[in-house]
Design a protein around this ligand. Structure first.
Ligand SMILES: [Zn+2]
Length: 971
């Protein structure tokens, strides 16, 4: 087809909000939609999305999302996706299943790399190679390695969803959403319900791909500083190979009804003596495509619960009826939006009152009006966030893609939510004219809305057992149905699958996957300018950066002024500074003022090892940001919270402790590998030990104890807090880190001078902490159907001296041996390894893992794998590219300034970093082997330490081998 008329330009516009020229095309032959955004952002993004509304709960869309990345027409290897992970400098590479769409996004700062990723992804989605083995591995299958072995269900998605269904929060989110859409697409779980995944057949799975993975059902997105013509040429080549197809992928909408439904479900808990329930109220809202309504509801969400002073949040928290808020708030990523709010940690006798309180609060707000100060704080917060567009390490372009898709996928304009300026101005104007914008939204969409449900989730200590029994029964049934011949067939297919999984890829096929080479890598490290000076007794660091005018201010207080017994108080103390109020403003007035005048201030407890020292650098940071004209106000806020904080508000402090506790409990299952990793590393370094006290299991146990202490001995708690304040808040403890436009820095220094005048000078002395390394293996019990298995070893015994190549070797291990053994063959969702070169410690963890000992065996074999004689130099090359990519990870200006400060604190010089980069770039097979031998020796000689988070019965089965010295129930 002629290039000129391959694509039809549908619409073109300049979008100043994201500094982009946007051009919307249609592929003439197939109707594929292409949105091309051109701008200065070097973090380029490509994404292809298919509309894939599920028709059942078998998780077919999710299993397909995994499976198409397991080899394709042009790339005949088992896992091209993993090959890309190994050898690309990507800044994002993943695939995501949503309730109605499946997205394949990639991002990279390197143009050739982006094209490589794109090419592999396009071939994968349009021409995947998905034999029954892939379906079995990623979806589900019967595992029967021999006639007398127990029959089991296996599969990556099956296990992943078992993990998801172990978390009460994800259950609550699923049930809340599903309750509103009994007849619609969103009443189903596109991820799959574990028991129903087992009903999916290979044939249905293949049909799903045929039906939906077609250009006529594709939404394609480009973003960044690369040329548009090349984008179109590259994607056009794939699209041209198809004829148009009439795809029925409409989302089944839910008719609005008079629905006053209550849904009662249970979640798995180990203990019912102190039952804690969840409750949400949920409302069906209109479609996403009305910009004013959409943005208005986002602001309303912020008004209701986004700030400590938010009226709904405040009343719920202050009621003491439960521990914290629950519910996802406003959901805008699906066609028919919904709102879900409620509480968790609610004793059963309080449930009705929570429901009534939500209703009363909304009525009160609609009738008597919302405090205009709160409205203004929410307006300026949302505007700040929209303009700053700070997506952290997540590519900005991807955030733009998802926002565009939230209307575009439903055949509306992709631009309506991206062009927010006018919409925001209109809302402001309506407010100025006295219109009760948000009160009216509450009345219409909440109070007068009868399409509403209440979802209750109660603990059930027998649930785990029942589910297991059901699974066992199902397996028994299946086994009974099998005659001798069928059994033998199952043994053979199991063995065939195992053999297929273990068979190495053909090196020639592997070599076809496009990738960068060492010579494409920039040899020099990226540096961030930094100026250092003393202002009074404080240290000031400044980083000139193009920040679009935003002024970033980090203020860090040195925690080494505290005795170690206070460490676990630090996160709470940080929150108290910002959220408990001062002598002149109570907490609602203070937090509202912060939101009106700044882009937000957050507390960040931080610790890091210091190169060449056994002591760590530990600080409590307050990280703030503001527009240029509000910088003096921000400094005044910092002054007030540090000098006038009024700590003696017992009730408010107790609420914060409860929120911290329930937040941490909620994170245990979804972030189990991090919990375990932290437990392990805490044995080896002061920095990790301190971190564990401020965010790990030790912190959780502290919070539980503290709740009792607040009741029994508040005076003591208060005097601890006052003590912390006097030890931390003085000039000598302060480090100030400013990241801003060059011309704002001098002024910043002036404001700092004035600020420091009011901070006391203290003759405090720094403390040496005696942290101890408690030996022994441990098990932490939670009510989960999966495990998180971890082990750490000290490479000291292998007398390894750090060499930069070890960073590439660790990556290689993760993407090869650990991936194959633990994910592909073991059926876990993931496995990680990290080498801490400051302390010479290697840590392994697994994620949503059905196994324990098998995983530990895989960890134990990793040194030998790395040091084996036939290590392929090509694999080393790939790992080098990946490691360089990791070093050059994309950062927005505020992150650059913060990283530069960390390097300053941790004594990581540019020279040292350059040396590491040189060593990575020069890494050889020999280097890998050397690291492997040291690791192998350590794994054999140093028993190291094992930590496992998981279900008690699963862990107790292996009690003997694990030599547990310590075990306790966490949830
Ligand atoms: Zn998945």
């Amino acid at each position: 087809m002629q290039q000129a008329n391959r694509f039809r330009l549908v619409e073109e516009r300049h979008i100043p909000e994201i500094n982009s020229l946007a051009r919307l095309f249609e592929h003439q032959k197939t109707g594929a939609r292409v949105l091309s955004m051109t701008n200065q952002d070097e973090n380029k993004v490509f994404g292809i999305t298919f509309r894939t509304p599920p028709r059942d709960n078998t998780g077919v869309a999710h299993i397909l999302e995994h499976s198409v990345l397991c080899g394709s027409r042009r790339y005949r290897v088992k896992e091209p996706f993993v090959e890309l992970l190994k050898s690309s400098v990507q800044t994002f590479l993943n695939a995501i299943t949503f309730p109605d769409k499946t997205c394949y996004p990639v991002a990279s700062q390197n143009r050739q790399d982006l094209y490589n990723l794109m090419d592999v992804y396009l071939d994968a989605v349009f021409f995947p190679n998905i034999p029954p083995e892939v379906f079995a591995q990623e979806g589900w299958h019967y595992e029967l390695p021999s006639q007398d072995a127990p029959l089991k269900f296996k599969g990556v998605v099956y296990n992943e969803m078992k993990g998801a269904y172990s978390s009460p929060e994800s259950l609550l989110a699923e049930y809340s959403q599903q309750s509103l859409y009994p007849q619609g697409t969103y009443g189903l779980d596109s991820g799959g319900i574990p028991e129903e995944i087992l009903n999916l057949t290979y044939d249905d799975f293949i049909q799903f791909h045929k039906k939906f993975y077609h250009p006529s059902n594709a939404w394609i997105f480009f973003y960044g500083d690369d040329p548009e013509q090349e984008r179109l040429d590259r994607v056009g080549e794939f699209l041209d190979q198809f004829d148009p197809l009439d795809v029925n992928s409409q989302v089944n909408t839910q008719p609005r009804t008079d629905m006053q439904k209550r849904v009662e479900e249970s979640y798995s808990a180990t203990d019912e003596s102190d039952p804690r329930c969840y409750l949400t109220i949920n409302w069906l809202l209109p479609e996403t495509s009305y910009p004013q309504l959409n943005l208005g509801l986002r602001i309303l969400d912020f008004i209701l619960t986004g700030m400590p002073a938010s009226p709904l949040r405040r009343r719920l928290i202050e009621s003491g009826l439960g521990e914290d808020l629950a519910g996802v708030g406003l959901e805008t990523d699906i066609f028919q939006m919904y709102y879900s709010t409620g509480m968790k940690g609610v004793p059963p006798e309080n449930l009705d009152r929570v429901e009534a309180l939500i209703q009363e609060t909304l009525q009160d707000l609609a009738r008597n009006g919302i405090d205009p100060e709160i409205v203004q704080a929410a307006m300026s917060s949302v505007e700040f966030a929209l303009r700053e567009n700070n997506t952290g390490s997540f590519p900005r372009g991807l955030a733009v893609m998802f926002r565009a898709l939230s209307t575009w996928l439903y055949d509306e304009s992709p631009f309506s939510l991206l062009e927010f300026s006018d919409v925001l101005e209109q809302i402001k104007l309506r407010l100025e004219q006295g219109e009760k914008v948000f009160e009216n939204l509450i009345q219409e969409h909440f109070l007068d809305n009868t399409h509403r449900t209440v979802v209750l989730l109660r603990p059930d200590s027998d649930m785990e057992r029942r589910i297991q029994e059901m699974e066992n029964q199902r397996l028994e049934e299946a086994r009974k149905q099998l005659d001798q011949k069928q059994m033998q067939e199952l043994v053979e297919s199991t063995q065939k699958l195992m053999k297929w999984q273990e068979e190495p890829d053909d090196p020639e096929e592997l070599a076809r996957i496009p990738r960068l080479t060492r010579s494409d890598m920039e040899p020099q490290i990226r540096t961030v300018p930094r100026r250092e000076e003393k202002v009074q007794e404080a240290t000031l660091l400044m980083h000139p950066q193009p920040t679009s005018g935003i002024f970033y201010l980090d203020l860090g207080m040195d925690l080494h002024f505290l005795p170690q017994k206070y460490l676990s108080y630090v996160p709470l103390f940080g929150r108290a500074l910002l959220e408990i109020g001062t002598f002149s403003q109570d907490y609602t007035a203070l937090t509202t003022r912060i939101r009106q005048l700044t882009g937000g201030i957050v507390p960040v407890p931080f610790s890091h090892s210091v190169r060449g020292s056994s002591e760590s650098t530990c600080r409590l940071f307050l990280r703030g940001k503001s527009l240029p004209e509000k910088v003096p106000d921000m400094f005044k806020i910092f002054r007030d919270i540090l000098t006038q904080v009024k700590l003696d508000n017992k009730e408010r402090f107790r609420q914060m402790v409860l929120e911290e506790k329930s937040g941490l409990e909620q994170a245990l299952v979804p972030a189990g590998h991090r919990v375990v990793g932290m437990r392990l590393k805490a044995r080896y370094s002061e920095a990790d030990w301190a971190q564990e006290h401020m965010s790990g299991v030790t912190y959780l146990l502290f919070l539980r104890h503290l709740l009792e202490k607040i009741e029994k001995n508040w005076d003591q708690v208060l005097s601890d807090l006052e003590g912390i304040k006097s030890l931390l808040v003085h000039k000598g403890s302060m480090l100030v880190n400013i990241t801003a436009e060059e011309d704002a820095l001098d002024q910043g220094r002036q404001y700092l001078q004035d600020f420091l005048q009011e901070i006391p000078r203290e003759e405090a002395s720094r403390q040496h902490w005696k942290w101890s390394c408690t030996p022994g293996n441990e098990a932490l019990y939670i009510p989960a159907r999966v495990n998180y298995v971890g082990r750490a070893v000290d490479l000291e015994s292998g007398s390894y001296r750090f060499h930069g190549s070890s960073m590439a070797a660790t990556r290689f291990l993760r993407a090869s041996w650990l991936w194959d053994k633990i994910r592909v063959q073991g059926g876990a969702y993931g496995a990680f390894s990290s080498y801490d070169h400051f302390n010479n410690v290697m840590a392994f963890t697994s994620y949503r893992d059905p196994n324990i000992t098998k995983t530990l065996q895989a960890f134990a074999g990793s040194g030998a794998y790395l040091s084996r004689p036939d290590l392929d130099p090509e694999e080393v090359e790939k790992a080098v590219i990946g490691a360089v990519g990791e070093m050059d990870s994309y950062q927005l200006p505020d992150a650059k300034g913060f990283s530069s400060m960390i390097r300053f604190l941790a004594n990581i010089t540019d020279e040292y970093r350059q040396n590491i980069r040189d060593e990575i770039l020069g890494a050889s097979v020999e280097n890998f082997r050397e690291f492997g031998q040291a690791l192998d020796q350590a794994l054999r000689e140093d028993k190291g330490v094992i930590s496992i988070l998981g279900g008690q019965s699963q862990i107790e089965e292996h009690q003997e081998e694990l030599e547990l010295e310590n075990s306790f129930r966490l949830l």
